[in-house]
Design a protein around this ligand. Structure first.
Ligand SMILES: Cc1cc2nc3c(=O)[nH]c(=O)nc-3n(C[C@H](O)[C@H](O)[C@H](O)COP(=O)(O)OP(=O)(O)OC[C@H]3O[C@@H](n4cnc5c(N)ncnc54)[C@H](O)[C@@H]3O)c2cc1C
Length: 423
C-alpha cells in the first residue's frame, strides 16, 4: 500500500521535536562553539538540561536497532527525525544522534566484545564522552587501499605507526576507532586492515595540527601522528582483517541521517529565500513577481522534493529488510546528489538576498561551503556516482547484434508479425 503519511502515533513526536528544536535548540547555534566540546562549562549549563528533556520524552539516541539494544525506530522514522535535528547545528547532539558517535556506537554495538561495550559504548551512548572515526590518511582519502598506517604484533600487543588525516573531533574525543593495516600481504587488499579502539591519551599519539574550514566555529579535523603506539590485542574491534566490512556497516544509516540533516539546511535556506523575495521590492514590484526569481524558487522547490523522496524511499527500502549492501545504489545516489542540492539552494538563497546574503549576517556562504564538505566526507561524489552507474548497469546486458533490437524497423516487423498486419 502506498502512503505518504506518518503514523498517527509518531506525528506528535515529530511535531514535538520540531517545536523543541526551533524554540530551544536553534538559539544555541549563536552562543556556543564546537558541538563536541562537551566539557565546556557553557555546554554543560545550556545543553545538558535540553538533553534531559529529550531523554524524558524517550527520544534520546534512537539510532540503534532492537538487535543492537536500541529502540528500533527504523530508518524511515530516523530519517524524518534527522530532518528536524538538522535545523540546528546542536540538534543532533541534543538528541544523542551526532556523527561520528552514531556510526561508532553502531559498530561497537555490532562488533564489540562485552568488555568493549561496557568501556566504550555505554559512556558514548550516554554522551559522557565523544569519539573519533579515523580512516583517512594524508596521502589518500578516496582510495583506502593507499592507507599505510600499520600495526605489528608484539606478544599480546600491537605497535602502531603512521599518520592519519582529517580525523574529526580528535581533540575532544575519548577514543579513536581507527583503521590500521595489520596484514599487508593478505590475498584480498580488502582484508589487509583491522579496526582498533585506541584511547586518545595513549602515549605516542600527537595531534600535529587541527584543520578547519569556513563557517566552523573551531578547527576540529586533526592531522595525527602515531609513533610506536602500543595497544593491547583486546583493543581490536571485530576480527583481524575485518576493517573494511566494519566501516561499511556504519555508513548506510549514517548517510541517510546526514542526507536528511543536509535537506534540513537546504530547506532553511529555501524558507528564508521565499520570505525575502516576498518582502523586497525593486522596479515597482516585489522580487517574487520577477520571472527569473520565480524560476529560482521553482527549481529549488523541485530539487528539495526530489531529494527528499529519494532519501525516504531508500530509508523505506532499508526498513523492508533489504540490507545496506543490497541498496548501495540508492544510498550512493543519495550521497552523490546531496551536495548538489545544498549547493544550488544555498547559492540561490545567497544571490537572491543580494549583498546581505553574502555577508556574515546570513548563513548562506557557510552552507555553500558545507555543500563541499558533504561532497567529500564519506567519499567524494565521483566515487558514489561510479557506484550508482556500476550497480545500475548490472540490470542490463549487452546486445551483440549490429543494430539494437529496439531499432524502429525491427520493432515494426515484430509488431506486424504479432498482429498479422501486412506491410
Ligand atoms: C569536513 C570533513 C570531515 C571529515 N572527517 C573525517 C573523519 O572524521 N575521519 C576520516 O577518516 N576522514 C574524514 N574526512 C576525510 C574524507 O573521508 C576525505 O576527504 C575523502 O575520502 C576524500 O579524500 P581526500 O580528501 O584525500 O581527497 P582525494 O582522495 O585526494 O580526492 C580529491 C578529489 O579527487 C577526485 N577523485 C577522487 N577519487 C576519484 C575517483 N575514483 N574518480 C574520479 N575522481 C576522483 C574528487 O574530485 C575528489 O574530491 C573528512 C573530510 C571532510 C571534508
Amino acid at each position: 500500500m502506498w502512503s505518504f503519511e506518518n503514523d498517527p502515533e509518531f506525528q506528535p513526536e515529530l511535531d514535538w521535536i520540531d517545536t523543541f528544536v526551533r524554540e530551544k535548540v536553534q538559539p544555541l547555534d549563536y552562543l556556543l562553539g564546537s558541538q563536541w566540546n562537551i566539557h565546556d562549562p557553557e555546554f554543560v549549563r545550556l545543553v545538558r538540561p535540553l538533553q534531559a528533556e529529550v531523554k524524558e520524552r524517550g527520544l534520546w539516541a534512537c539510532h540503534l536497532g532492537p538487535e543492537l539494544g536500541g529502540p528500533g525506530y527504523g530508518q524511515l522514522k530516523l530519517a524524518l527525525m534527522n530532518e528536524k535535528f538538522g535545523m540546528s547545528r546542536f540538534g543532533p547532539i541534543v538528541f544523542g544522534a551526532q556523527a561520528p558517535d552514531t556510526g561508532n556506537s553502531e559498530i561497537l554495538a555490532h562488533f564489540g566484545t562485552p568488555e568493549q561495550k561496557k568501556r566504550y559504548l555505554e559512556p558514548l551512548l550516554a554522551n559522557e564522552v565523544v569519539s573519533c572515526f579515523s580512516m583517512t590518511e594524508p596521502q589518500g582519502g578516496a582510495d583506502p587501499l593507499l592507507f599505510q598506517t600499520a600495526a605489528v604484533r608484539d606478544g599480546d600487543e600491537w605497535v602502531v605507526n603512521g599518520e592519519k588525516w582529517f580525523a574529526s573531533e580528535a581533540e575532544t574525543a575519548a577514543f579513536y576507532i581507527m583503521m590500521v593495516v595489520t596484514d599487508p600481504e593478505a590475498a584480498s587488499p580488502y582484508a589487509r586492515a583491522s579496526m582498533f579502539i585506541i584511547d586518545t591519551d595513549t602515549p605516542g599519539i600527537e595531534i600535529v595540527r587541527n584543520y578547519g574550514f569556513y563557517g566552523e566555529r573551531e578547527d576540529t579535523h586533526a592531522h595525527l601522528r602515531l609513533t610506536d603506539v602500543r595497544v593491547p590485542h583486546s583493543a581490536m574491534l571485530g576480527e583481524p582483517g575485518q576493517a573494511f566490512a566494519i566501516a561499511q556497516t556504519r555508513l548506510g544509516g549514517g548517510r541517510m541521517h546526514h542526507a536528511m540533516r543536509t535537506l534540513a539546511q537546504a530547506t532553511r535556506a529555501f524558507d528564508m529565500t521565499c520570505e525575502r523575495v516576498l518582502s523586497r521590492s525593486t522596479k515597482g514590484e516585489v522580487l517574487a513577481r520577477k520571472q527569473m526569481v520565480q524560476e529560482k524558487i521553482a527549481d529549488s522547490w523541485v530539487q528539495l522534493r526530489q531529494f527528499r523522496l529519494l532519501v525516504l524511499e531508500t530509508a523505506w527500502m532499508a526498513d523492508q529488510g533489504q540490507d545496506w549492501k543490497a541498496i548501495r545504489k540508492n544510498v550512493s545516489a543519495v550521497k552523490a546528489i546531496m551536495p548538489q542540492v545544498l549547493h544550488d539552494i544555498s547559492s540561490r538563497a545567497l544571490h537572491l538576498h543580494g549583498s546581505l546574503g553574502l555577508s556574515h549576517e546570513m548563513p548562506f556562504a557557510e552552507w555553500v561551503i558545507n555543500s563541499f564538505h558533504v561532497g567529500l566526507a564519506d567519499g567524494p561524489t565521483e566515487v558514489h556516482k561510479m557506484v550508482v552507474a556500476r550497480e545500475v548497469l548490472k540490470d542490463y546486458k549487452a546486445d551483440d547484434a549490429q543494430f539494437p533490437s529496439y531499432i524502429r524497423f525491427e520493432q515494426e516487423r515484430h509488431a506486424r508479425a504479432l498482429y498479422g498486419v501486412e506491410a
